[in-house]
Design a binder for this molecule. Structure first.
Ligand code: 5GP
Length: 204
């Protein structure tokens, strides 16, 4: 069976990548990895659905047991991708989404060279700032840190395979799915199929 594609979605805070990921699940059947974090839940967030919320000790334990494919510190909290879910889903041939920040994305690329790195952005820098401020769930200090982090992240955008603007949500979701489909059709990702075809035609 063909292995699934690993799609890394990164993007500035508030740019809507979480919504894009959820739409990819609903509309196109992607499997979404749920990360572990030491951040406190925001209002409405559900343990096991939005994140697995962990204490710092629990998180460190998981690191020791090789439970994460990658983990990173982001604005004073730890975030990590549980290993088992991703490995199992890819083996089943499912396309898997990781919604993670840039350090994590680059670590994934080292381990999964075929992973597709997609950076979701807003139509303009002004819009990025507005969306960061608009969320209204964070303190001034955290917002400032996120703005600083966004500036740092912008320097890494050119390391991604695709940059996709989230202006119209439906369009953005379709665009992301299109690059995943295209990736799956790449010659290099179909070498087995090519070989089978050649062998199969020889015996016809
Ligand atoms: P938030 O606190 O807003 O939910 O997430 C903060 C940042 O952490 C976001 O950029 C999000 O994509 C990233 N993030 C969430 N889960 C993970 C993870 O498992 N690993 C890494 N490296 N980053 C993550």
């Amino acid at each position: 069976m063909k292995k699934g594609s690993l799609l890394i979605l990164s993007g500035f805070s508030g740019v809507g990548k979480g919504t894009v990921a959820k739409q990819l699940v609903e509309r196109y059947g992607y499997s979404l990895s749920v990360s572990a974090t030491t951040r406190k839940p925001r209002e409405g967030e559900v343990d096991g659905k939005d994140y697995f919320f962990k204490s710092v000790d629990e998180f460190k334990n998981l690191i020791d047991y090789n439970g994460f494919i990658e983990y990173a510190r982001y604005v004073e909290n730890y975030y990590g991708t549980p290993r088992k879910f991703v490995e199992d889903e890819l083996k089943l041939g499912h396309n898997v989404i990781l919604e993670i920040e840039v350090q994590g994305a680059f670590r994934i690329r080292e381990q999964y060279p075929d992973a597709l790195l997609v950076f979701i952005t807003a139509p303009s820098a002004k819009e990025i700032k507005n969306r960061l401020l608009g969320r209204g769930t964070e303190t001034e200090e955290v917002i400032q840190k996120r703005l600083n982090r966004a500036l740092e992240e912008s320097a890494d955008m050119d390391q991604y395979d695709y940059i996709i603007v989230n202006d119209d949500l439906d369009q953005c979701v379709d665009d992301v799915n299109s690059v995943v489909v295209a990736q799956g059709c790449l010659k290099d990702n179909n070498l087995d199929l090519i070989q089978e075809t050649i062998e199969g035609l020889k015996v016809l």
